[in-house]
Design a protein around this ligand. Sequence first.
Ligand code: SF4
Length: 147
Amino acid sequence: MSNLSPNFWKNKSLAEMTEEEWEALCDGCARCCIYRLEDEDTGRIHFTNVHCRLLDTETGRCTDYANRSVRVPDCVTITLKELESPYWLPKTCAYRLLAEGKPLPDWHPLITSDPESVVKAGARVCDRTICEDDADVLESHLVDWLE
Ligand code: SF4
């Protein structure tokens, strides 16, 4: 993290961040790698307990980050444009929090300097999810413990 400005997430807007700072915002919670269903009538997002097959459940990171959009066309790349309306991201996601003018949680690795603090806080969810290869229809895997 040596090239990261101290407290850059407090001192810079999302638009001002370097690529390295932008990437460092991701805490590795893996929540955005969980399939969600959007209610067509209400717009409400419902989480399932099913994760993308590209997710490494040990690290909470994508196993093919560079090619994820090609391999998984539904995978949305988080951009400033996408963050104009970040309701589709998990509520604890650092990008959503900053886009909504909120602080990062105390357990965020940028604050703790400990990459495992996301696990210690119970924020990484892939120990409670199953791979899409092992799941049937998503509608039968809706959960209410994830948001
Ligand atoms: S939800 Fe946000 S913080 Fe968590 S893994 Fe996805 S991009 Fe990173």
